[in-house]
Design a protein. Sequence first.
Length: 132
Amino acid sequence: MRLERVRIGASGIVTFRCSQCKEYKHRYDFHMDSKAKYKIKEMCIVCFQSRKALRLKHPEYDKMFLKQKGRCKICGERVKKYRLSLDHCHKTGKIRGLLCNNCNLALGNFKDNVRFLKKAIKYLNDSSKKRN
């Protein structure tokens, strides 16, 4: 979801809509992001903190962390406790596992789309064959 910007009233105050809670808030209610269009993150600070707290308080986190031996479920990287992201299906809400930041972002960038991931694998395989 893209960040929505709205100008309110004659005063011209600009607010932004949080991608999580959908509330309109002042830009100072968002973390900075130099790469983003409006230089702020899409999720407000309150939602970001509550999402972070969910990871720490989720009853399954500790069990999953031990089961995965403190490693990312995709790449196997070992990380400190509470540094793995609680990955879930955005359609069903079902928790799939704990991922390192890189793997979690990669899945998000591919929009959890298996077809896109298969095409990326094919692309990498094809490009490595051309080099040999």
